[in-house]
Design a protein around this ligand. Sequence first.
Ligand SMILES: Cc1ncc(C[n+]2csc(CCOP(=O)(O)OP(=O)(O)O)c2C)c(N)n1
Ligand SMILES: [Mg+2]
Length: 365
Amino acid sequence: MPRKTLTIKSKVESLSILDEKGNVDADLDPKLNTQKSLELYRLMLLARRLDERCINLQRQGRIGTYGPCRGQEAAHCASGILMTPEDWVVYAFREPGTAIFRGWPIEHSMYFWGGFEEGCRPPEGVNDLPMCVPIASQVPHGMGLAWAMKLRGDPHCVLTYLGDGATSEGDFHEAMNFAGVYKLPCIFLVQNNHWAISIPVANQTASQTIAHKAVAYGFNGIQVDGNDPLAVYVATKEAADKARKGGGPTLIEAVTYRMSVHTTADDPTKYRSDDEVKAWEKRDPIARFAKYLKKRRILSEDLEQKIENEIQTEVRAAVERYETYCKSVDPSIVFDYMYADPAPEIVRQREEYRACLVREGVLKA
Ligand SMILES: Cc1ncc(C[n+]2csc(CCOP(=O)(O)OP(=O)(O)O)c2C)c(N)n1
Ligand SMILES: [Mg+2]
């Protein structure tokens, strides 16, 4: 019998619309109106300023740790902004802009990274799961929500975020498989930021792209320039429209870069070069979008400054609300939500922490 080459039906596209200089491919430009364009710009800038503020808060000992999203604002904001209140969003942990868009208060990141359960509690009526640090464990949850939607005949979709490192976990593959078999209305958005702590993406997978992992599961993947908000927007819109019409899942690989530390407990100078970081600085998603909006005369220098000032005020007010909350609670409640019946070791640690707080004068004996 002769060997045959099989025709594989799924396709993998690559999409880039807005280049680093703010030049746009006019045929592919989604031509967002002024209001939507400014909403997206504002959200990305808010995510950036909040990020900077949270790093400072951690360095000052005012939150425990922090995982920044610097450089990844387009990848998460330009996708999140397409989700309707009836859709569901399932987070990893570098998507603060999407969460704010969905209705979480700005300070939710501070609660989360400060160790408070408040940071995990979605606001009333917001169809979101809390941020998720156990890598890839959120991916089957997203798939499960989409399965429930399908069983109920609910015509909405689920957007699940994950990182390049998460694509090596079994949870990712099981969720992709199930989503493909049952044609579930889900979008898996991989923020390929090139690193999983100190593991470069080249050591994460031998695949040419992450996008084409979808092929093995029987649906389409698309690779987009993740620092190009227009490409992320268009790919997500197509995936969401398809999912809501019963067309099944899509895997979006947003190729971006983690400009900052992995978390505040990390020193990236130990494993990556300054040159690599500098090269990506030139591809900054916010600067690129601002150039484009100025060319379209949607953004002026005055408006840019006005938005900047408003955001600074909003972030400052969020910090104040967070710190008012911190003063109103016994800090040892950070131990309370791990188990319904706390394990003896947790009880011991909580007592040790309380004794320390009493010594420091934070709590009365
Ligand atoms: C199941 C699991 N294993 C290990 C870790 C420790 N850890 C935290 S973040 C991370 C890397 C994740 O990389 P990636 O998925 O690319 O996301 P990124 O941090 O780049 O956003 C690891 C290994 C974890 N949180 N969960
Ligand atoms: Mg990564």
